[in-house]
Design a protein around this ligand. Structure first.
Ligand code: C2O
Length: 517
């Protein structure tokens, strides 16, 4: 147990960005929030105190929380939210996990400002499976709205149209000096010649996928979503909301300033008129007289082939044993469509997910409370594809099942990507493609040798992705699009992995201070 874990106080604060001052919700007065650091095998004890008038809970994105959904932090799925004035202590055991994680509010829209990095280093006396970097820098991307985004999101939900695109992408809380009034609002990372730097990129943006490049430097990708990869060199990375990518760079220059730059990837960009201003940070070798920074070349915002080319290069470092045979074969159509009166609704297999109001699903499931959810989430889409039903429907499966999910994008309203995030698990990404997944035609193309492992995967616009994992973590786990607005429109579901036979295969008992609804 690390006694030094900060107490996390959620409170309001005024900050200035893009020529305007706004009141935001922060953690310990910081935005982005504090970076938490621990080692593989540690137990974390993190006290969250809520001093704002919104219900809140904190999710530790990417951590598996073995048998301990009580610490997963999804409001109304694994816990009731922490109310104004309330406190909850998250007790987390980090077991065989290391890499770049992050934490964020898991209550509608609060994660715009309530997020931060969570870095798990290897066990003491063990090291990375790559060259030891001299320095490590977490780089977290966010999104900024000048207007009050909570009101904006509320209105968007009521009228059923997505909210306005954000006014800027932020890098470690700053938009960079290409924006108005922002010459000082830029993150500067000092560099000295001859170092190896480990940059840990995290996309905490609400609704936007990002391209990222660094002028004058090649990136060597070594991990994604806290799983190591077979290293490869690249001039850009693509990062969907919820994803993380670790890269090594060599500082080979002697002087100069180099932009780390990012802008939106969106294949329908011309359509919705995104603001494609570029967010920047500076990698700075010049300590005395700053020179004008060099801009990198980024793939253009609508360049879908660059986005998918990046994903197709990801591999596990070694041959892996793919769990077989399949016990649970789910075919899930994710889509955004219209329900009554032209209100947008997003769904998975025609079910538009609704959070319960009276209790968390995990509590209700384990203590047999009826009326909170039903277990009739369909394993394949309804015959009448256009029908959307609302409900808190979850999918129940046995402990230890081998699960395959084909996530099929089929958007009627718009063709958008969906970064799907599964709580409580990592999974193998066996393959992805455009069009409709056809077993006969596509199954033999799946990577059964060295597929990458991750916890957030993009379902391409009008395409599919196949994931596989063993249901070895009992509890109730959320599966949703990490694009906030899509989740709000219902693009979510939950799986309930039943307890196994032994004590070590069962959910641990809830802590005494678990918030009540
Ligand atoms: Cu990053 Cu459901 O969360």
């Amino acid at each position: 147990i690390k006694p030094s874990m900060p107490i996390k106080l959620i409170q309001e604060k005024q900050v200035k960005r893009l020529c305007n001052t706004s009141t935001i919700i922060t953690v310990n007065g910081q935005f982005p929030g504090p970076t938490l650091e621990a080692n593989n095998g540690d137990s974390l004890v993190i006290k969250v105190v809520n001093r704002v008038k919104y219900n809140i809970s904190i999710h530790w994105h990417g951590l598996r929380q073995m048998r301990n959904g009580w610490a997963d932090g999804v409001a109304y799925v694994t816990q009731c939210p922490i109310k104004y004035g309330g406190t909850y202590i998250y007790r987390i055991n980090v077991e065989n996990e290391e890499g770049t994680f992050w934490w964020h509010a898991h209550s509608p829209w609060l994660r715009v400002t309530v997020h931060g990095a969570l870095i798990i280093y290897p066990k003491e006396n063990s090291s990375y499976p790559f060259i030891q970097p001299q320095r490590e820098v977490p780089i977290i991307f966010g999104e900024w709205w000048i207007k009050n985004y909570i009101q904006m999101a509320k209105a968007a939900l009521e009228i059923g149209v997505p909210p306005k695109i954000s006014d800027a992408i932020l890098i470690n809380g700053q938009p960079g000096d290409l924006f108005e009034c922002s010459s000082k609002e830029i993150t500067v990372i000092p560099a000295t010649t001859g170092e190896t730097l480990l940059l840990r990129f995290i996309n905490a943006a609400m609704n936007t996928e990002l391209f990222v490049s660094i002028a004058g430097h090649t990136m060597n990708v070594v991990a994604i979503d806290a799983s190591y990869t077979k290293p490869f060199n690249t001039s850009y990375i693509m990062l969907a909301p919820g994803q993380s990518t670790d890269v090594l760079i060599q500082t080979t220059h002697y002087h100069g300033r180099f932009y780390i730059a990012s802008h939106v990837f969106n294949s329908i960009l011309p359509f919705i008129g995104l603001d494609n201003s570029t967010a920047t940070a500076i990698l700075n070798y010049d300590t005395i007289t700053p020179t004008k920074p060099l801009l990198p070349l980024l793939p253009i915002s609508s360049n879908r082939s660059s986005a998918s080319a990046f994903g197709s290069r990801l591999r596990s470092p070694r041959r892996v044993i793919i769990p077989e045979p399949i016990d649970e074969n789910l075919f899930i159509v994710v889509r955004i469509g219209l329900i009554e009166r032209n209100i947008a609704a997003a769904s998975m297999n025609n079910v538009s997910f609704m959070l319960p109001k009276t209790n968390s699903i995990l509590q209700a499931a384990l203590f047999h409370e009826y009326g909170v959810f039903t277990t009739d989430f369909p394993a394949s889409p309804l015959k009448k594809l256009n029908k959307t039903i609302k409900g808190t429907r979850i999918y129940k499966m046995k402990y230890g099942s081998v699960v395959q999910m084909v996530l099929q994008g089929s958007n009627i309203l718009l063709t958008e990507e969906h970064p799907m995030h599964l709580h409580g698990y990592d999974f193998y990404v066996l393959g992805t493609g455009i069009g409709e997944f056809k077993k006969k035609r596509d199954e033999y193309k799946l990577n059964m040798v060295d597929p990458p492992r991750r916890s957030t995967v993009g379902v391409p616009a009008g395409g599919w992705v196949v994931i596989r994992f063993v249901a070895d973590n009992p509890g109730v786990w959320f599966l949703h699009c990490h694009n906030e607005m899509h989740t709000e429109f219902g693009l979510a579901m939950a799986i309930w992995v039943e307890n196994g036979v032994g004590e070590m295969e069962s959910v641990i008992s809830p802590p005494d201070d678990l918030p009540q609804c």
